[in-house]
Design a protein around this ligand. Sequence first.
Ligand SMILES: Cc1ncc(COP(=O)(O)O)c(C=O)c1O
Length: 283
Amino acid sequence: MIFLNGEWMPIEEAKVSVLDRGFIYGDGVYEYVPVINGKPYRLEGHLVRLNNSCKEIGLKNPYSHAEWSELVKKIVEKNGTHDQGVYWQITRGVAKRDHSFPVGVEPTVFMMSNPLPKLTQEQIDNGVPCYTFPDTRWHRCHIKSISLLGNVLAKQHASEQGGAEVVMLRDGFLTEASASNVFCVFGDTIVSAPKDNHILGGITLDAVTDLAKKAGMKLEVRPVPAAEMWAADEMWLSSSSKGVLAITTLDDKPIGNAAHKGKPGPVFKKMFALVQADLFGTH
Ligand SMILES: Cc1ncc(COP(=O)(O)O)c(C=O)c1O
């Protein structure tokens, strides 16, 4: 069952006008939260980010945090007992095509839930190949916008080469992946790009940061130039659907030092265990 504009229905019955501004302009924002053992992971972070996204595009968030939490809880109950990924989006609604915001129009709210994708043991043990890609997206990547053409084209570049993700570079600095954040490790220090307007501030990135701090691991938030990135001992991806995942080759070149060249490194293994424990509530 899905939720559309206040009603529950099978996805096959869900219909949206062709004049919806989400369809015409990609004018909307979205969220995606993993639900494990029936519990949404770090939902509050997602709700705060949704509020920010709405504010940034001048869209009134139609529901309070309590109402969103209730909707997420309901959709999970309606869709089974397995782990799920809940996706929802808000668009600026249906109106005659005109770029300026329409007046007096209700937003369109759509929520669906699907089984949470699971990493394979092979991906966990061996990491994944990624490919570099120029980050030519707009300068407001901190908004979780449904206008994702830049990200779609980036991901396609990776897919066509059998890669799991892209690692994007803007003006010679590492930004993020098409649907994940990117971490580098130098020695025992974990480094991530600043959470500015050139990346989406990931909730999983925040989780990694919290967990690293609690575990006394070394962390730095700073720009990473391409040359430094290429010398990283480890690289990882993080996202709500993947958790953390090691990048073991970049443009077909192995990442890492002699001890674990082309293999997930020790800092990744420690963080992977911490994230798993946090996700499954076993910490
Ligand atoms: C562009 C981009 N960066 C980073 C992320 C990771 O964010 P989160 O950890 O909140 O899933 C996503 C997730 O969809 C994304 O689309």
